[in-house]
Design a protein around this ligand. Structure first.
Ligand code: 1SD
Ligand code: ZN
Length: 261
């Protein structure tokens, strides 16, 4: 179908667009997305987020036995707003999904391209008291996804983060890392580029349909050796976590994904 232009509401165009997205039918996540066939919206206001890595506090990186899980140890949490979101969303945690090969480690699949890993930045709606409370609501969470593509050369901006991974090979192990270890996200070419957005669910139990997903189209490169450090993380059975990816789910009838560029 041809790109669709939006009905313009002169008083508050951006809120009107985001409101339309908030009313879209939710699906189970992740999904495979034919990006080129999605309706294209270019009138949404830009996504706004603080440079999370400029936070002068530290973070904690934990091997949960299922993933590498990063939380920022800071009273002032970064916030995300704009784009398809109504109101602002508070950063809660970042985690990763991966597999043993370079093409089935991502959860979302864009135009048939699989990648080595996917990183999720989980935020909850500031109108709720906590992430646990927010999960009970359709507008509870906003999760930003970065696709990670295996590359021959290491990506220096991941160095600080992967040094942390070396310390948490065993489940329940954690290490204090600087917020600067998030600097790999500092990619204007990715974050000012296009993304897809849709209403979906958690990709882990209880699979609640409470997430506005925002997936950047352009992947970030990560070196093979750096990926190896993610893949060496051990689960509860003390063997490396081979795969923590939910398979793509069927789109329900009437489900929409919006391509924002
Ligand atoms: O897998 C995570 C899960 O660990 C938890 O963080 C949850 C949020 O409460 O989100 C899912 S996911 O949908 O971001 N993969
Ligand atoms: Zn996730």
């Amino acid at each position: 179908p041809k790109p669709r232009s939006l009905k313009v509401c002169p008083s508050n165009t951006a809120a009107s667009d985001a409101e339309q997205i908030s009313k879209l039918r939710a699906s189970q996540s992740p999904i495979a997305i034919a990006v080129q066939r999605c309706p294209t919206w270019s009138s949404l206001e830009p996504l706004r987020f603080k440079r999370y890595w400029d936070n002068d506090s530290n973070g904690v990186l934990l091997n949960t036995g299922q993933t590498a899980y990063f939380t920022l140890d800071s009273p002032t949490r970064p916030r995300l707003s704009g784009g398809p979101l109504i109101g602002d969303y508070i950063f809660e945690q970042m985690h990763f999904h991966w597999s043993v090969d370079d093409f089935t480690g991502c959860e979302h699949v864009l135009d048939g391209h699989g990648y080595a890993a996917e990183c999720h930045l989980v935020h909850y709606n500031s109108k709720y008291e906590s992430l646990e409370a927010a999960v009970e609501h359709a507008d509870g969470l906003a999760v930003v996804g970065y696709l990670l593509e295996a590359a021959d050369a290491p990506n220096p901006s991941f160095d600080m983060f992967v040094e942390g991974l070396e310390q948490i090979r065993k489940p329940e192990h954690s290490v204090v890392v600087s917020a600067e270890s998030l600097a790999w996200m500092n990619r204007e070419d990715v974050t000012t580029g296009s993304y897809v957005t849709y209403k979906g669910s958690l990709t882990t139990p209880p699979y609640t349909e409470c997430v506005t997903w925002i997936i950047y189209e352009k992947p970030v490169q990560i070196g093979m050796e750096q990926l190896g450090l993610l893949r060496q993380l051990e689960g509860a059975d003390s063997v490396p976590i081979e795969r923590n990816v939910r398979p793509t789910q069927r789109h329900p009838p009437g489900h929409s994904v919006i391509y924002v560029k």
